[in-house]
Design a protein around this ligand. Structure first.
Ligand code: PLP
Length: 340
């Protein structure tokens, strides 16, 4: 039986002799921070601390981020080709102190358009959402930063909110999450490397994700411990190398312009909707668990047709640290075969 490739992360066992800065050190970099059970809760806590301000979100972002408690304050801005945000409407319509969320899409640094906007409008608050990004580079000093570690390595939960440099207070969680419920799927998969009980751990993870909600709960101590004992480079290096293996064979379908130094979320391809669905089904049938970021977005389809188009066109192929050249060759070969 060939082991599955991709999908949610089994529990990560950090190496004994980790080299270089840990994931947690790299992300927090001496700034004030808070660890919630997931990123949507961390974001909702930040929003709650800013009553009355307008929340500007990219039209291309996962729908889980928007909580009903602040949905009435949300306005969307468009995202153009290449996943470049168009902030002209924000700049024209915003008031001083508004909260503007920008996404480090697929692990890449945020577009230069964001940096230019930040320089022109120092009166805003920017949150850089790095839920898909392991380390696109040091975060700008004036910026809030958000991470969702379970999308990137084998922890069951977590939403890390990092304050701008010099800020001393960050909204903090209160209360503990249900550790056993959160960790069940990651432990089951960890104990089943060949994937014999695939259906069991897949169902456990689906249930866990379905139960994810906006709460004040803290990240589990176990996730925190893994983040502080895992070296960032041990994850980043393999991601970059694997991405290159896929790029050598799949470039013609790539949704992104080219290589950067940032460790990627996955290898993102863009296809016609029907072909996308067919390729995704074909890969899943062979237990290559490619993902879709995102099948649902919060912005209304009528106002944002391009962004809605991406929900039907994109596939994120796995290229994370669990795999090497052999698995990547298999992924590339299967994608080529399905598109032949
Ligand atoms: C860009 C982005 N931000 C935030 C979130 C929410 O993260 P969490 O599931 O940890 O609440 C997601 C979820 O997919 C996401 O893709």
């Amino acid at each position: 039986m060939i082991a599955p490739i991709g999908g949610f992360f089994e529990r990560h066992d950090p190496e004994d002799a980790a080299v270089g800065a840990s994931v947690l050190e790299t992300w927090t970099g001496g700034r004030a921070w808070a660890g919630f059970v997931n990123a949507r809760s961390a974001f909702a806590a930040l929003v709650e601390s800013l009553p009355g301000v307008t929340i500007w979100l990219p039209a291309y972002v996962c729908s889980d981020l928007v909580d009903p408690s602040f949905a009435g304050r949300v306005r969307f801005y468009p995202v153009g080709e290449g996943f470049v945000p168009d902030l002209a409407g924000v700049e024209a319509g915003m008031a001083a102190g508004d909260l503007v969320l920008v996404v480090a899409y697929f692990g890449e640094p945020v577009a230069e358009a964001v940096e230019a906007f930040a320089r022109r409008r120092p009166d805003q608050r920017i949150v850089e959402d790095r839920a898909q990004a392991l380390h696109p580079g040091p975060a700008a000093e004036d910026r809030w930063v958000l991470y969702s570690p379970r999308k990137l390595l084998g922890v069951a939960d977590g939403g890390v909110l990092v304050a701008p440099a010099g800020a001393s207070t960050v909204p903090q969680p209160s209360g503990l999450a249900d550790r056993a419920a959160l960790w069940r799927a990651a432990d089951l998969r960890h104990d089943d490397p060949a994937g014999r009980d695939n259906a069991v751990w897949h169902a456990a993870n689906r249930d866990k994700e379905a139960a994810m909600a906006v709460t004040a709960q803290a990240m589990t101590a176990r996730s925190l411990s893994i983040l502080s004992r895992t070296s960032l480079e041990s994850l980043a290096g393999p991601r970059r190398a694997n991405w290159r293996v896929l790029d050598r064979r799949l470039r013609r379908w790539s949704a992104l312009p080219g290589e950067t130094q940032a460790p990627p979320l996955g290898y993102v391809i863009r296809l016609e909707p029907e072909e996308r669905d067919r390729v995704l089904r074909g890969l899943h049938a062979e237990r290559i668990f490619a993902a879709v970021h995102w099948p649902q977005i919060a912005a209304p389809a009528a106002d944002f047709p391009r962004e809605h188009g991406w929900t039907r066109e994109l596939i994120t192929l796995p290229c994370d640290h669990r795999y090497g050249a052999v698995e990547m060759a298999r992924v590339a070969e299967r994608v080529e075969a399905l598109l032949a």
